[in-house]
Design a binder for this molecule. Structure first.
Ligand SMILES: NC(=O)c1ccc[n+]([C@@H]2O[C@H](COP(=O)([O-])OP(=O)(O)OC[C@H]3O[C@@H](n4cnc5c(N)ncnc54)[C@H](OP(=O)(O)O)[C@@H]3O)[C@@H](O)[C@H]2O)c1
Length: 317
């Protein structure tokens, strides 16, 4: 099968399209003929091996030769003990543990997959698993009368988080680069900030901050919170995440605020509710660009360099 493979961390040109054997499903696994795989920032991080958490499982060289975790496609074959799926079923899921989505076939654990709703295309379904789980869990607590800020709101998870927080009645501020301000407004953000010009931690205090790209000091984040407010980050620089886990936890407790790292629960129960909202027309999928398998390098660069508004999808077949 054709796949985008890499053997060392580095810039996008370490990726190449190669012919590799079709993987065989182990017990409890499903072989999926991949139709579409969406790009997450975690793919870009996994390509470069940076931040350091992207090297978990492969300190010196990548643990998986093929990136791509958010897959959608058709079941080709099932491993021993698989009961929920059979060949021909349309499925989607976040295959973060095994990756392999930038290829014609990928194996995934049965428990990572959900039946793809007929009302969503493969490309649409592929945008939901990882970004949807982050957005759903990151906006818990958003409600009418609450001020919510999403840092990195113009990207994949952010575009869902803004819509979810608005749907819950919150007043939403979106922060991203200057090219995404109109996009964030179109998602429903009440206020938008260009992070290169304005520091959100020096504006009004917020009740809930979801940070997709943490890099500031704990004291800046604490300053951004109203009393009783909550700051949660999911990604960013390792020093910033470690500071939030340690000093942030303590500084929050001492001042009546909560600061922490959101460890996102993966799996169908974590993302399928977003598919239901999309089918009901309450949340929209925004696909900025589609690429073919030959252009995975370009697709990753488009996301990694911050040009994507919403999600980017690689259509395999
Ligand atoms: N905690 C967990 O369990 C868990 C699980 C899965 C994934 N993750 C992490 O969650 C994050 C999800 O990101 P995603 O896929 O939604 O990323 P994305 O689509 O790339 O969106 C991130 C957005 O943030 C913007 N940005 C970059 N630097 C910024 C700054 N200083 N201030 C404000 N905005 C900034 C980016 O634009 P520009 O770069 O151009 O400016 C981009 O629009 C990743 O870091 C991933 O590793 C965490």
């Amino acid at each position: 099968m054709r796949a985008a493979v890499y053997d060392r961390y580095g810039p996008p040109d370490v990726l190449r399209i190669d012919d590799v054997p079709v993987p065989a499903p182990a017990p409890g696994q499903v072989l999926v003929e991949v139709a579409a795989t969406s790009v997450n920032l975690s793919d870009w991080e996994g390509l470069r091996g940076s931040p350091l958490y992207a090297r978990i499982g492969g300190l010196r060289s990548p643990a998986h030769r093929i990136l791509g975790s958010d897959i959608a496609g058709r079941v080709e074959q099932v491993g021993e003990g698989v009961t929920r799926f059979r060949p021909g079923d349309e499925v989607y899921g976040d295959n973060l543990a095994l990756m392999g989505g930038f290829a014609e076939y990928a194996v995934a654990a049965e428990r990572a997959l959900a039946p793809k709703p007929a009302g969503l295309t493969f490309a649409e379904a592929s945008t939901l698993p990882q970004a949807g789980a982050i957005a759903l869990q990151g906006t818990v607590g958003a409600a009418t009368g609450r001020r919510v800020l999403v840092n990195g709101a113009g990207g994949g998870s952010g575009s869902f988080a803004v819509q979810l927080a608005k749907r819950l009645g919150a007043h939403v501020t979106g922060v991203d680069n200057e090219h995404k301000l109109d996009f964030m407004r179109s998602l429903g953000a009440d206020d938008v900030l260009d992070y290169r010009r304005e520091d959100f931690t020096r504006r009004e205090p917020y009740d809930l901050v979801l940070d997709l790209v943490a890099h500031r000091s704990v004291f800046a984040y604490r300053r951004a919170l109203a009393r009783g407010g909550r700051y949660r980050c999911v990604g960013g620089s390792v020093p910033a995440l470690l500071r939030v886990l340690t000093i942030g936890w303590l500084a929050g407790r001492l001042t009546g605020r909560r600061l922490g790292v959101l460890v996102v629960r993966p799996g169908p129960t974590a993302f399928a509710p977003l598919a239901d909202l999309c089918l009901a027309g309450e949340v929209a999928v925004h696909i900025d660009r589609r690429f073919g398998l030959d252009d995975v390098t370009e697709a990753l660069t488009h996301v990694g360099e911050g040009r994507a508004r919403g999600k980017v999808v690689v259509e395999i077949s």
